[in-house]
Design a protein around this ligand. Structure first.
Ligand SMILES: Cc1ncc(C[n+]2csc(CCOP(=O)(O)OP(=O)(O)O)c2C)c(N)n1
Length: 327
């Protein structure tokens, strides 16, 4: 295919490809079949693969996770959709206490090749439970991979890799940019590596690290900074767990400055871990403390206030300027 497609269309394309090429891949979740998913990520799957492989479930997230774990341990590769990240918590006991531990509990006899997809993040004027970013909660749990794509190409390649991975992967999709831009995404079935971050722009004055929808504002900030003579390197973390510290440390050791940008609340965030690792391993090279541009420690506000919560291009530029002032 040579047409340009959106991030959500890339998810759909990856699901089509995986299901076509591997009869063990099944899809389940609320409204994923007849309706094609609330965001249309699973559109057309039921028509093509039938109700045995594309299952509309009751509104019961614990059931979705539990059934998926059963299927995964018995040879299938379920891709479950949780309609919004804010509704994943009824499934947490199943995911945390069973999926994440299956390999360890059975001393490697059983693995749990399960993918849980969930849209996350704010910016689409939705009410509560529809806008949060709790990726750090899942990154904290041993046994999961946590993956967040930020472009159509990475959505396609990373989702294929997640489906092939033998262990449970939480695949969080930034819905604010589901339809924000288009890319040509060859439908070649090529997975992307799950263990690396992606350097989107090279630079030598400051390293900007982000993930999800915030990568957009981070790239815009880098572009504007370039016009004022500040050269920013931009890294899309993509794999939230595990984190590719080789790339991050090499970048910060080169630039001497780092700003981490994300929508999730500040306390206990993934950025705190990254800042700690950088402070430890690049203490000699750092010219300024690591800055963090984050959401606030509050429930994601309703839509009229959303714009004040989500890190903006201006917030990122201010943080970069702060690090540049320190010498
Ligand atoms: C725990 C939880 N999961 C998912 C949702 C998202 N959601 C909102 S309405 C809806 C469909 C409800 O369908 P049904 O129970 O048949 O009621 P209807 O709206 O058709 O009257 C879903 C899945 C939710 N609100 N809460």
């Amino acid at each position: 295919m040579t047409d340009k497609i959106t991030l959500v269309e890339a998810v759909n394309q990856a699901l089509h490809h995986a299901m076509t090429n591997d009869p063990d891949v099944v899809v389940l979740g609320e409204d994923v079949g007849v309706n094609g998913g609330v965001f249309r990520a699973t559109q057309g799957l039921k028509e093509q693969f039938g109700f045995r492989r594309v299952m509309d479930t009751p509104l019961a997230e614990a059931l979705i996770a539990g059934v998926s774990i059963g299927m995964a341990t018995q040879g299938l590769k379920p891709v479950a959709e949780i309609q919004f990240m804010g509704f994943i918590f009824p499934a947490l006991e199943q995911l945390m206490c069973h999926a994440a531990r299956m390999r360890n509990r059975t001393r490697g006899r059983l693995t749990c090749p399960l993918v849980v997809r969930a849209p996350f993040g704010g910016g689409i004027h939705a009410p509560e439970h529809h806008s949060e970013s709790t990726e750090a909660l899942f990154a904290h749990i041993p046994g999961f991979r946590v993956v967040i794509p930020s472009s159509p190409k990475r959505a396609y390649g990373l989702l294929l890799a997640a489906i092939q991975d033998p262990d449970p992967v939480l695949f969080f999709e930034p819905k604010r940019i589901y339809r924000a831009s288009k890319q040509v995404v060859p439908n070649d079935g090529e997975p992307l590596p799950l263990d690396i971050c992606f350097t989107l722009k090279e630079g030598h004055d400051v390293t900007l690290i982000s993930w999800g929808a915030s990568v957009q504002e981070t790239l815009q900030a880098a572009k504007q900074l370039e016009e004022t003579g500040i050269s920013a390197e931009v890294i899309d973390l993509a794999s939230i767990k595990p984190i590719d510290y080789d790339t991050i440390l090499a970048s910060v050791q080169k630039t001497g400055r780092c700003v981490i940008v994300h929508e999730a609340a500040r306390t206990g965030a993934v950025s705190a871990d990254i800042a700690a690792e950088i402070s430890y391993h690049a203490a000699v090279e750092l010219e300024a403390p690591v800055e963090r541009v984050t959401g606030y420690d509050i429930t994601m506000p309703y839509y009229r206030m959303e714009q004040y919560y989500i890190p903006s291009k201006g917030d990122i530029i201010n943080a970069v300027n702060k690090t540049m002032e320190q010498a």
